[in-house]
Design a binder for this molecule. Sequence first.
Ligand SMILES: *[C@@H]1O[C@H](CO)[C@@H](O)[C@H](O)[C@H]1NC(C)=O
Ligand SMILES: *[C@@H]1O[C@H](CO)[C@@H](O)[C@H](O)[C@H]1NC(C)=O
Ligand SMILES: *[C@@H]1O[C@H](CO)[C@@H](O)[C@H](O)[C@H]1NC(C)=O
Ligand SMILES: *[C@@H]1O[C@H](CO)[C@@H](O)[C@H](O)[C@H]1NC(C)=O
Length: 385
Amino acid sequence: MVKKAPATVPGRHHVIWFGWKLVIFLSVALCFFALFRLHFSPDDISSPSSLSRPRLRSRISPDNFHGPPKIAFLFLARLNLPLDFLWGSFLENADVANFSIYIHSKPGFVFDESTSRSPFFYDRQLTNSIEVIWGESSMIEAERLLLATALEDPANQRFVLLSDSCVPLYNFSYIYGYLMASSKSFVDSFLDPKDERYHPKMSPVIPKEKWRKGSQWISLIRSHAEVLVDDEVVLPVFKKFCKRRPPVDTSKGKLNQKLQKQHNCIPDEHYVQTLFAMSELEGELERRTLTYTLWNQSAAKMDNKAWHPVTFNYADATPKRIKEIKDINHVYYESEFRTEWCKTNSTSVSCFLFARKFSGGAAMRLLSQGVVGPFEVTTLLGNTR
Ligand SMILES: *[C@@H]1O[C@H](CO)[C@@H](O)[C@H](O)[C@H]1NC(C)=O
Ligand SMILES: *[C@@H]1O[C@H](CO)[C@@H](O)[C@H](O)[C@H]1NC(C)=O
Ligand SMILES: *[C@@H]1O[C@H](CO)[C@@H](O)[C@H](O)[C@H]1NC(C)=O
Ligand SMILES: *[C@@H]1O[C@H](CO)[C@@H](O)[C@H](O)[C@H]1NC(C)=O
């Protein structure tokens, strides 16, 4: 016979009542537990003045590689690399086991014989690149994509971010020795009391006292590259509150007014610096950039107080001028009254290994001066091999 539930089991109401009590008790207990977690969790979002070290994802152990440690050169390009002939010549004088190349360019752009003058760049573009709007947080995301891809090779131990107008100021072996001698990252980072780019709504995730500013052109050791790629706390706040105010465009009428009211903040000049300050990593940094930029201060008043980098053309890239840049051995940070005497592993060195922005003509002149290695005419003929 089919076993039907007995119609009237004595105490059935008691069972239901007990069930309800249990449900209510559990809900209340859950509420208390959640409250308790909110108050005492170490990841408590309301007091994140120092970020807990991100757990390492299942990554290959950093020491688990054969051969020499490599420098990963990470190029942020708009399209092609106009100075590839100079870098090609620079890399000709390297050991191929000592470096790797990654390029973030426009999605779909491929580096091959038709787009690059140096085979070192063939097929080195990321396959997952994104559309980058200069001065927006997409720039940071492109940097993170480069770092994440380069971290897949455990031999990559130094990560150098470069623009498509950057040039090396030395030969490969000098740059390799300089970077490998230092167990610190090179990140230009300072406090600027006059800075108005911090948005109060970034608090409490980003406390104002951790807000930093500095050059986008960084060189990282492996563990710092991991911190950047693993960050899930600071980046969303930057995406939300840190945007670039576009230049005045009256044709846009009302929209223009709205855009002009938008908080102006250039994420790539703050993100890494602020993230590292929040992660208590400043003691592991040489707080300066390796990339020389000449700023045009006279243009400052015209464009939202932003200084423009000067482009070096053929006439500017004289041996005297290049030597002056290479002879710089300290940087003065006016807002902090801090003089940074340039060092790697406690040894005094020149401050700059790279420079921007260089035109093709200026890069050609560097090449002919033998700055990156012995000068060979063939490199000028569009074929580096
Ligand atoms: C590289 O440059 C350094 C410093 O400018 C120089 O001392 C060294 O001889 C150069 N090495 C090669 C292999 O050209
Ligand atoms: C390549 O790396 C090895 C091991 O670190 C080093 O001895 C060598 O000098 C490097 N080569 C160049 C050209 O820098
Ligand atoms: C840093 O300098 C110290 C002392 O001069 C030296 O023993 C050490 O090997 C250097 N580290 C690197 C990574 O070159
Ligand atoms: C600096 O900017 C001003 C104004 O935009 C311009 O006239 C001048 O040519 C620039 N100087 C250099 C060296 O680029």
